[in-house]
Design a protein around this ligand. Structure first.
Ligand code: MG
Length: 407
């Protein structure tokens, strides 16, 4: 690598502000820890910013009460992403104080202040929709020693409010911009501006551009992104959830399972115990429907198979009730932010007959999969007396599952 290449920005630190309490978003968890498509907002945001390989280290600033919630989020990141995070630091009473805490911590660990033109990005944890294009624009600005903020033209007409709560005037819309994050600054001037504001007793500026403005710096605009919304109100979460769902891609998984008949007086099929003149040879309860279904669910996730997660060599699965295997796979889908939308199952055997037990089996599958019975195909066929199933030597089942996963 030449000196020139080395000078180009290979790592730009980012302060992620996640210390707010988010009371405007309704009851429950602070908004950055609420789930969107089954995954905390903070995880979405971290994955989004870390998708740009030039960004790092990331300094999260959190509320001291949220350490457990924060750690649970970090545990959901892949290992490479985790290594690009500095230990989180506690924020202050206001956003301004929290950013300053993050900058001071970065200054100690990364020494960013000592590189004269080193940039830093500041981003809000409550903006999980920050796109690669917007990050690209921010990084382009970061190549220059300027302060710059993403902004959008305002489309609504804006009014001033007078002391009586009535219209006090109309703002000149063409001169207004709605401002977003990530904002881009020189690290040293931003930290100096924050220290200066803190010394002056100022602590309630709502973005870092305002801190720089107060210190007399010029701040430039670059194009923001209308999709880069800040989750603030309850309706923001409803809209964000719909957006996440719309961005999901369908995947399918295939499962197949066989168990041989042996002596016995019952078989398990689809979680239902069915009296029969034979049993099946199996380490667990030998439920071919639930085993095929489990493999279909794991297949959709490209996440191994039932034998890998529940090895037959492991004594704890001896005689195990197979609904736990399905439950495990359904949980894995949810952990990935996915949603099971449909399953279809075919049982292949001469006996027992599925018909009399159909309703019971559908009830079990509906409960395990979290699906209405209208989204569960359950069929049976004989093998026309051919092959092992046709000769009545055992049971077989096939399953296919359709799952929506975040891209
Ligand atoms: Mg099996």
């Amino acid at each position: 690598m030449t000196m020139h290449e080395h000078h180009s920005q290979t790592s730009v630190p980012l302060v992620l502000v996640a210390a707010g309490r988010g009371h405007r978003a309704g009851e429950g968890l602070p908004k950055q820890y609420r789930l969107l498509a089954g995954v905390p907002v903070l995880v979405h945001t971290l994955n989004a910013v870390l998708s740009d390989a030039r960004i790092g280290p990331v300094q999260c600033v959190i509320h001291p009460d949220d350490l457990t919630l924060y750690q649970a989020c970090i545990d959901q990141l892949d290992h490479a992403a985790q290594t690009r995070l500095l230990p989180a630091v506690p924020g202050g009473q206001t956003r301004q104080e929290s950013v300053k805490a993050g900058l001071e911590a970065l200054c100690l660990t990364a020494g960013a202040e000592h590189r004269p033109f080193a940039p830093v990005l500041i981003h809000d944890a409550a903006r999980p929709f920050v796109s690669a294009d917007l990050l690209e624009r921010a990084m382009t600005m970061a190549a220059h020693p300027v302060a710059a903020i993403p902004a959008l033209a305002v489309t609504d007409t804006l009014k001033w409010v007078d002391e009586d709560g009535r219209v006090g005037g109309t703002a000149e819309r063409s001169r207004l911009r709605a401002v977003q994050t990530p904002q881009v600054f020189g690290f040293a001037p931003l930290l100096a501006a924050h220290r200066q504001a803190a010394l002056a007793g100022q602590n309630d500026l709502t973005d870092d551009a305002a801190v720089m403005e107060q210190a007399g710096h010029r701040v430039h605009f670059f194009a923001g992104d209308p999709d880069n919304i800040k989750l603030t109100l309850e309706q923001d979460f409803r809209m964000a959830e719909a957006k996440m769902q719309a961005a999901m891609i369908p995947v399918t998984g295939l499962g197949y399972d066989v168990h041989a008949f042996t002596t016995g007086d019952h078989v398990w099929l689809g979680g239902v115990k069915i009296a029969h003149d034979r049993g099946v040879r199996a380490h667990s309860d030998g439920d071919v429907i639930l085993h095929a279904l489990t493999d279909a669910l794991l297949g959709a996730l490209a996440d191994g198979d039932i034998g890998q997660h529940f090895p037959p060599s492991d004594e704890q699965w001896r005689g195990a009730s197979s609904d736990r295997f399905v439950q495990f796979a359904v949980d894995r889908i949810h952990q990935r932010g996915g949603r099971l939308v449909h399953v279809d199952i075919t049982l292949v055997c001469e006996t027992p007959r599925l018909g009399p037990h159909r309703t019971d089996i559908l009830g079990v599958l509906s409960r395990l999969c979290g699906l209405p019975t209208t989204k569960i195909g359950l069929k049976a066929t004989t093998s026309e007396k051919m092959g092992f199933a046709g000769r009545g030597e055992g049971l077989a089942a096939q399953a296919i599952a359709t799952v929506l996963l975040p891209e």
